[in-house]
Design a protein around this ligand. Sequence first.
Ligand code: 5GP
Ligand code: MG
Ligand code: MG
Length: 176
Amino acid sequence: MITVNNKTFVPFIEAEAIQTRIQELAEQINQEYADKKPLLVVVLNGAFLFAADLMKHLTIPCEITFLRVSSYQGTESTGQLKQILGLSQSVEGRDLIVVEDIVDTGRTLFDLCDQLQQQGPASLTIATLLFKPEALQKPLDLHYVGFSIENRFVLGYGLDYDGLGRNTPNILVLES
Ligand code: 5GP
Ligand code: MG
Ligand code: MG
């Protein structure tokens, strides 16, 4: 249990279960991209631990690049995708795997993927560690999903609450 800014979070997904699931996703990617050289496009900040652990288990040639978007304040989506920041590499002609921590309303990834598609990648898939099916508001094709979870606010393993709480090996949920 941890407390962040007076909110209490209780254990939700154990570190070991996270690691096992990431290994399974990596194996799936290894098979499906066996003849490709994908570029992982990591959505900072939340996905940094997931991307690192996922990439460790990839045995295919692959590259990684990072960008930032932000649509959240506190524990609720503002629904506004701010500009893509810091994409330092061309994605034209590349096989992109967009790596995200969590898909909630889906607005962030919907807009982001739209903007990436305009740059002419060869293909684009999404790998998200967490997915809240009940919250989804956009038609998003999620190719790799770690865990589908109920519509509650989570933190840990890279995910924050107002900047704090990213530094746990497990995922915790806001106590209801
Ligand atoms: P969406 O645009 O899908 O509504 O929101 C996506 C972004 O909001 C995620 O990438 C993540 O940064 C943040 N987010 C959504 N749900 C949660 C949550 O339960 N916990 C945390 N810490 N961030 C969340
Ligand atoms: Mg995110
Ligand atoms: Mg956040």
